[in-house]
Design a protein around this ligand. Structure first.
Ligand SMILES: NC(=O)c1ccc[n+]([C@@H]2O[C@H](COP(=O)([O-])OP(=O)(O)OC[C@H]3O[C@@H](n4cnc5c(N)ncnc54)[C@H](OP(=O)(O)O)[C@@H]3O)[C@@H](O)[C@H]2O)c1
Length: 327
């Protein structure tokens, strides 16, 4: 068994990562880090963990020093960059703290100066089906970036770069557990809003992988989980569906929908699957590619565990939630 520590285990991303570690036949959770829950049993956070063979929560720094062979960092971006990374473990960072190679972009898009610019080159930005991890330090992609990249990356050579627009919507768990005015029920319920228009921090990581800047606008849906990104682009020579189907042929965690089938959040919520649909706009001939994911699944913990499996040389789907036909 490969030993695992989850740092920031009490947050949404941490809990979802723990759930996949519990499903995984080759991983054993040996340290659960949470500064707020330290000393408490796991079921104090979630009664469904009662009776599971898990250690009590410890503080994050203690979990980091546990000697685990695999570490998931499920912390805020600014907390993640402050961590002393153990020297031998495989580390998968779910935050944005190590995703960008150019430290100057952190000031521009995150609003703070990166404390360790010299270390950014050590991290591999990894998207399992598009750019698998290399090395032991893995920067897991952002949830909006996942849906945008699965739709756009396979067609990046076919589209006119300046024509690309990405319109994306996410459920409110994307904002994390801590209370904020923007995720208060009184603001979110029965409402629908755009936010960080043209200035969201996932735009540069999307641009870095495809090789050109993208116009990206996120929106907040009044639902708990799920994220749908729609990419609009001119692809003057066609070939979009063929490129998407070729990119994901045999990919176990990406489903390309048949022509005419609309993407739906309900089919991907609570799963680690991405669902992609390809259309052509009758009026303008524009290519339209949609990708639906669960922001906490394929958008976070699912890809983190898939990346960890790839980094460790394990079968990539171990621990993932991929099967079943639920309603
Ligand atoms: N949410 C997503 O859809 C998503 C998707 C992709 C990537 N990510 C990234 O993953 C990282 C963690 O995100 P997250 O959504 O998991 O953040 P979160 O739910 O806000 O949790 C982060 C930390 O906040 C503390 N916390 C705040 N309020 C809490 C509460 N009511 N109950 C328990 N703990 C609470 C916990 O730390 P202590 O227990 O130590 O206090 C927890 O580890 C971020 O960098 C984020 O950008 C998130």
């Amino acid at each position: 068994m490969i030993t695992v520590a989850i740092i920031g285990c009490a947050g949404y991303a941490g809990q979802e990562t723990l759930d996949r570690v519990l499903l995984h036949p080759g991983l054993q959770a040996v340290a659960l880090g949470s500064n707020s829950q330290a000393g408490k049993p796991p079921w104090a956070l979630d009664p469904r963990l009662q009776g599971r063979d898990l250690p009590a929560f410890v503080r994050n720094d203690e979990a980091l020093a546990s000697g685990a062979e695999l570490i998931f960092l499920c912390l805020g971006h600014d907390e993640s960059v402050a961590v002393d990374i153990p020297s031998t473990a495989v580390v998968v960072d779910l935050s944005g703290g190590h995703r960008l190679k150019d430290a100057a972009l952190y000031e521009q898009w995150y609003g703070w100066k990166h404390p360790h610019p010299g270390r950014l080159a050590d991290w591999a930005y990894a998207v399992p089906e598009l750019q698998p991890p290399t090395g032991r330090l893995v920067a897991n992609p952002g949830c909006y970036a996942v849906a945008s990249l699965y739709a756009l990356a396979p067609i990046k050579e076919l589209v006119v770069p300046g024509s690309v627009v990405i319109d994306a919507k996410s459920g409110m768990t994307g904002a994390g557990k801590s209370l904020k005015a923007s995720s208060h029920a009184g603001f979110v319920l029965d409402n629908f809003s755009a936010y960080k228009v043209g200035s969201h921090q996932h735009a540069p990581e999307i641009g870095a992988l495809v090789g050109f800047p993208v116009c990206f606008v996120p929106h907040l849906l009044p639902i708990r989980r799920g994220l749908l990104a729609t990419v609009y682009a001119h692809a003057p020579n066609g070939g979009v569906r063929e490129a998407i189907e070729a990119a994901y042929a045999g990919a176990p965690a990406v489903r390309v929908l048949p022509a005419g089938v609309n993407p739906e959040l309900a089919r991907v919520q609570h799963t680690d699957m991405a669902e992609i649909a390809v259309f052509e706009d009758r009026a303008t001939g524009r290519a339209i590619v949609c990708c639906a994911i669960d922001n906490l699944g394929k958008g976070a913990a699912g890809n983190a565990v898939q990346n960890a499996n790839l980094a460790l040389g394990l079968e990539q789907t171990l621990g993932l939630r991929l099967s079943g036909v639920t309603v």
